[in-house]
Every structure is written in structure tokens, then in C-alpha cells.
Design a protein around this ligand. Structure first.
Ligand code: NAD
Length: 418
């Protein structure tokens, strides 16, 4: 793990790579490399034993040229100002890549949620929601889940906001329970877009997905759903890992049963269909047709990239490859479907949730999945068109070329204010 790679610098270098292929003024590019604003706040929360504890939290609003800021809230001990800035920037270019009318934002609290009770986490979440209240809103900034947050936290944030604002505004946040205004298909959306993008890539490269072997790093929301859906498409999941280690079976294993084991024991390690226990690094370097990194950023650095043997990578996680790793993949001719397309299903179905909340009308799951598929396939086609037109070696650069142009156009078309 390349812990010393600053994800914000990675984002800026990705923008520079794409800007080299575009005719956009330096001043506009400079604007598109920095967040518009970052909230840094200290939350003081009462613990169950009566003690007070301080938690640092952030919300970065990177760019709003194409619509309201949009992006998740992460609970993790490694959350930092630069991580949140990077993640918020990736949201801008993700929304632009798939053509949905949002800018980008991201937030996080420096906390290991496993060390706190549910009531402590509720107080922490509501304290953060209170700080966020002046910044967020259905047309302003719309948070969502990210690592270690889910429907429960989104419901608390919605309730805090609505109580303080004396309104009902479910579209202020996405990723809610269905009964609180969530969308069908949202929980599966990130894994679904990851495998839809992989399917399109295999088709483009004239490879057979039905006969493909797959390794998945990270068996949380994004990773396990990707494993389940790629298995349903006929591919064989041979390896997977979580933060405790990895499992391997050359003949493949049942992703649903592996998830059940993880739910029961806390980890996929020890799952009975596994022939061998392997390390997380083994999963990343395994000789498979498709690798799906679905844990955290910087999972593969330049050194580890030399060992990667997959032909195609579909990035469910945000920023799993460092820029050095990207350069190695380019040399090795590994087709990397970038995070800003591969995992865009999450924000796309969040967008559908927001539409449904505004319409006060719920869509069927079939409609959600159909509309998602159309958006991901169109975005993949736009990426390939740019990849070929500019004769690029790296699909990530192609995605950024598409996205940067769209954001710059929105900025330039708005004219100058004041
Ligand atoms: P999650 O918390 O549900 O799952 C994370 C998984 O990664 C867990 O299984 C954890 O054990 C594992 N993990 C952590 N460190 C690891 C390591 N060093 N090696 C192997 N496994 C490790 O989170 P998630 O929602 O699935 O998010 C995963 C990634 O996908 C993140 O980068 C997130 O930003 C991105 N993402 C998620 C969504 C979404 O809708 N959930 C949307 C877009 C992007």
C-alpha cells in the first residue's frame, strides 16, 4: 500500500495528463484542480459513559459548475483534508464522465466506527449534520454514503436536516432506506456499474467475459456486489480479500455464500470453499482476466503494479491506482476502466433517487437498472471514442478529457460573475 501517495496530488496529475490533450486556458485548468471551499470542523460528542470526545470532520465542495455538489461521507481513521479534497474532485469528473448534472463534494469524519456504540455514532452523525446544515440542500450540496456509512447514517442526516429546517426534503441526501425515500437498486448500483463497464471493455477488446477469471480486493458494498453480478454474467470469481486477508479457489467460489460467511464471522477469511488463504497482495497480483479493486485508494503503487497480471482492471474503489501504477499499466497494456466511470453507478442511482424524491414518485427496480445501464454504456462509448480520436494509451486520460471539457464548457458558457 503506497500510504505516502497523496491522493490530492494524484487527482491533480490526472487532470494535467488530460489537459495536455485539450485546448482549455491555464486559468480554467488551475480552477479545476482546486476545491472551491473546504469545511474543517471539530465535533464534540458525549460518549455513553458521559465523557466528551472531539472528532475532526471535513466537507469539501470542489466544483459546482455543472450542478449541486454531490458526494459521500466517509467514516475512517485515515480521513484527512487532502483525501477529502481528492475524493470531492473525483466526484466532479465522475459526474461529468457519465453526464449527470452535478458538481462534486465529499466529506468525512476521522473515526473508527467499530469502536463506538450505535447511540454514540448517532450523536456523532447528527453533530456533523448540524455543522453541514448551512452548506447542504437539495439544490446546493447532496451528501451520500461512502466507506463505513450507509442507509442508517443517511437517515439520521436527513432527519437532523429536516428537523432543523422544519421541512420535508428527502432529496437533501441520497442512499437512504427505501422507506425514508431511498431508491430501489441503490445498494447494488456501484457494483453493477463496475461489472457493466467491465462487460463493455471485454466486448471492446473482443475478450470473452463468460470464460474470464476474476479477483476482487475488498468485500464490502462495492466489492461483494461486483463479485455476485460478475458471477451471474458467467465469469468465475477465483479470489477475494477484505482487511483480514484473502481467499482463493482456482475453480471459483460462490460469492453469495462467501458474503454470508463474512456476515456471520466478520471476514471472508476461513470461508469453506476457499482452497487456500492468501494475502491481500496475492489477490492484487493474481493471474486473472479481470481485477476489481474495491477497497481504498492507493491499493496498487508503482512497485506492486509491476506484479499485476490481470488483463483488465475495473476500479470499483476510488483512486486504487497511484499515478506511478497507472504508468506501469499503460506500459503493460492493461486496460484500466477508471473509477470515474466504473464506480459511477453509485452516484448515478443517487441521482435517480434525488429525481424520485423531487417527483415524489418511486421508480421500479427494473427502470433504475435499465436507466443505469444506458448511462454507463453511453459513457463507455464516449470514453472509447475519445481514446481512439486522441490516440491515447490510457482510458483514464480519455475519461478525464471527456469530463474536463464538459466542466470547462459549463464554466465558460456561464460567463463571468461578478
Ligand atoms: P465498505 O466499507 O462497504 O467496504 C470496504 C471493504 O474493503 C471491506 O470489505 C474492507 O474489509 C475492505 N478493505 C479495507 N482495507 C483493505 C485492504 N487493505 N485489503 C483488502 N480489503 C480491504 O466500502 P464500499 O462502500 O464498498 O467502498 C469501497 C470503495 O468503493 C471505496 O473506495 C469507495 O470510495 C468506493 N465507492 C463506493 C461507492 C458506494 O456506493 N458504496 C460508490 C463509489 C465508490
Amino acid at each position: 500500500m503506497a500510504a505516502d501517495t497523496n491522493p490530492f496530488e494524484s487527482l491533480q496529475s490526472q487532470i494535467d495528463d488530460a489537459a495536455a490533450h485539450l485546448d482549455i486556458g491555464d486559468g480554467v485548468i488551475e480552477r479545476l484542480k482546486h476545491p472551491e471551499r473546504v469545511l474543517e470542523t471539530n465535533l464534540t460528542v458525549e460518549l455513553d459513559n458521559g465523557d466528551l470526545e472531539r472528532f475532526k470532520a471535513f466537507r469539501s465542495q470542489f466544483n459546482g459548475d455543472r450542478g449541486p455538489y454531490k458526494g459521500g461521507i466517509r467514516y475512517h481513521p485515515a480521513v484527512s483534508r487532502d483525501e477529502v479534497k481528492a475524493l470531492s474532485g473525483w466526484m466532479v469528473y465522475k459526474c461529468a464522465t457519465v453526464g449527470i448534472p452535478y458538481g462534486g463534494g465529499k466529506g468525512g469524519i476521522v473515526v473508527d466506527p467499530t469502536e463506538y456504540s450505535e447511540s454514540e455514532l448517532e450523536r456523532l452523525t447528527r453533530a456533523f449534520a448540524t455543522e453541514l446544515r448551512p452548506l447542504i440542500g437539495v439544490d446546493r450540496d447532496i451528501p451520500a454514503p461512502d466507506v463505513n456509512t450507509g442507509q442508517r447514517e443517511m437517515n439520521w442526516i436527513k432527519d437532523t436536516y429536516e428537523t432543523l429546517e422544519n421541512t420535508t426534503e428527502p432529496g437533501v441526501i441520497t442512499g437512504k432506506n427505501i422507506t425514508s425515500g431511498g431508491s430501489k437498486g441503490r445498494v447494488e448500483a456501484t457494483g453493477r456499474s463496475t461489472v457493466l463497464a467491465a462487460r463493455e471493455a471485454f466486448d471492446y477488446l473482443a475478450k470473452d467475459l463468460g470464460g474470464a477469471t476474476v479477483a476482487v480486493q475488498g468485500y464490502g458494498n462495492a466489492g461483494w456486489i461486483a463479485a455476485k453480478l460478475i458471477d451471474e454474467m458467467g465469469a468465475t470469481v477465483v479470489a477475494a480479500s477484505d482487511s483480514s486477508g484473502g481467499i482463493y479457489n482456482p475453480d471459483g467460489f460462490d460469492p453469495v455464500a462467501a458474503k454470508k460467511h463474512k456476515n456471520e464471522t466478520g471476514s471472508i477469511v476461513g470461508y469453506e470453499e476457499s482452497e487456500e488463504e492468501i494475502t491481500n497482495e496475492d489477490v492484487l497480483t493474481m493471474d486473472v482476466d479481470l481485477l476489481i479493486p474495491a477497497a481504498l485508494e492507493n491499493a496498487i503503487d508503482g512497485e506492486l503494479a509491476e506484479e499485476v497480471s490481470a488483463d483488465v482492471i475495473s476500479e470499483a474503489a476510488n483512486g486504487p491506482l497511484t499515478p506511478e501504477a497507472d504508468a506501469v499499466m499503460e506500459e503493460k497494456d492493461v486496460f484500466v476502466i477508471p473509477d470515474i466511470l466504473a464506480n459511477a453507478g453509485g452516484v448515478t442511482v443517487s441521482y435517480f433517487e434525488w429525481i424520485q424524491n423531487r417527483q415524489r414518485f418511486a421508480w421500479s427496480e427494473e427502470r433504475v437498472n435499465d436507466e443505469l445501464e444506458t448511462i454507463i454504456v453511453d459513457a463507455f462509448d464516449a470514453l472509447v471514442e475519445t481514446y481512439e480520436e486522441h490516440d491515447l494509451n490510457n482510458p483514464r486520460t480519455a475519461a478525464y478529457v471527456v469530463a474536463l471539457q464538459r466542466v470547462a464548457d459549463a464554466y465558460n458558457e456561464a460567463g463571468t460573475f461578478p
